[in-house]
Design a protein. Sequence first.
Length: 200
Amino acid sequence: MSGLAAPSKLSLAAMVVVFLLGVAGSAHGLERLVSSNSNKPCKQMTLYYHDTLYDGGNNTANATSSGVTKPTALSTSRSKNTTYFGMLAVFNDPMTVGKAMPAAGEEPAAHAQGFYFYDKQEEQNAWFGFSIVFNSTAHKGTLNLMGADIMSAKTRDISVVGGTGDFFMARGVATLSTDALVGLYYFRLRMDIKLYECYV
Ligand SMILES: *[C@@H]1O[C@H](CO)[C@@H](O)[C@H](O)[C@H]1NC(C)=O
Ligand SMILES: *[C@@H]1O[C@H](CO)[C@@H](O)[C@H](O)[C@H]1NC(C)=O
Ligand SMILES: *[C@@H]1O[C@H](CO)[C@@H](O)[C@H](O)[C@H]1NC(C)=O
Ligand SMILES: *[C@@H]1O[C@H](CO)[C@@H](O)[C@H](O)[C@H]1NC(C)=O
């Protein structure tokens, strides 16, 4: 009896080992791909970022962004030049593939979640830190971006410093340009995102 049991235990153990190796292979099988040419990102996409700022009145339902700092004497005096020095805004803004805002009830391609603050007295200038959160059939995961938004420049680059999920360990550069500016409470940025390090 024990003579029979021993080999079947052994083959069961072997099967478990093979199974575990197989699981490990598929769970950790992503391979690092690093672009060797700045013209050839390993992944790229363009998304539009819609920032609807709370106007202090009754757009609470539509606003996806809000100033969260109490204005200081400095920021209010500078705001005459609309530089808003020292103002910090927190946002959960929709991002879309086309320029149009998502229709009511429609899921955007992604959400940008994070903050920007204004950091220059002489002219409007900002700094961004946020995650692009994807939760669609096309993509699940995040890209994490940060950097100076030199608003006087037609285009400015910020860094893609990391990612999760479909964008596991991603790195790259996002080129921002102001695509629309409507009054004081809405602006749209075009973001051309190029990844130079991908795991595929
Ligand atoms: C609220 O919205 C109404 C209708 O759009 C507008 O007439 C009114 O001026 C708004 N009030 C404030 C405080 O923004
Ligand atoms: C909210 O947005 C909808 C369309 O996107 C617009 O019709 C409505 O007037 C907006 N409401 C406020 C309070 O801004
Ligand atoms: C604010 O704007 C006024 C008028 O354009 C200008 O004279 C002044 O230098 C500006 N202030 C700063 C700090 O840039
Ligand atoms: C992601 O989408 C699924 C399906 O629509 C939903 O059930 C889930 O709550 C979403 N997760 C987040 C973090 O939004």
